[in-house]
Design a protein around this ligand. Structure first.
Ligand code: SF4
Length: 186
């Protein structure tokens, strides 16, 4: 793999002082994802969807076969440093793959705060929980489904909803079928 090229930069929805970006990879990296998962040990790998989510020093990075999305990035320089690290990591892991066992386990759940920051944050309690944070804890543990939060379906939360549903789906959480085609964040 030679290049990961940034094709879009937007404000981060989870943290307005940061950015998110979308980049494309010049090679299909599906084959190397289980080996990256082995090397990282604490990633969220979804073998069915061919996605690998990494939390790196507070940044949330998701790898797809030919794309990378990332949120909570400091600035464009930080984005480029992350992509340089990723490129080296992917290439080094690919070269070592014959000495490694592929790992198909998910290992980690999403962090509560990763989910919470993409919820409406209005603590309306309509979901039966005392607050959005309580709901995020339950959702993180897969004790409730995202559809219990009716407010997230309001137009005001369209951007957050798309990003949250993409994050949940890519991390192997249950998401309504109607939202499986969203390309938010990519
Ligand atoms: S229904 Fe949604 S907005 Fe209301 S408290 Fe629950 S998670 Fe928060």
């Amino acid at each position: 793999m030679q290049e990961i090229k940034i094709v879009g930069i937007l404000p981060c929805l989870a943290d307005p002082e940061k950015i998110r970006f979308h980049a494309v990879i010049d090679t299909d990296i599906s084959e190397v994802l289980p080996y990256l998962n082995r090397a990282l040990k604490a990633a969220i790998y979804n073998h069915q969807a061919h996605t690998l989510t990494i939390v790196k020093e507070g940044r949330l990075i998701t790898l797809y076969p030919r794309q990378v999305t990332a949120g909570k990035i400091q600035d464009e320089k930080d984005a480029r440093q992350i992509l340089d690290w990723l490129k080296n990591f992917i290439n080094e892991t690919y070269q070592k793959r014959e000495t490694m066992e592929p790992d198909y386990q998910r290992h980690q759940r999403l962090g509560v705060l990763e989910i919470y920051k993409l919820l409406p944050g209005i603590n309306c309690r309509e979901c039966g929980q005392a607050s959005c944070l309580s709901f995020a804890v339950k959702l993180c543990q897969e004790e409730v489904e995202i559809t219990k939060c009716k407010r997230i379906f309001l137009a005001d939360y369209t951007e957050k909803r798309k990003m949250l549903f993409t994050l949940l789906k890519d991390s192997g959480y249950l998401v309504p079928q109607a939202f499986h085609q969203t390309d938010e964040g990519k």
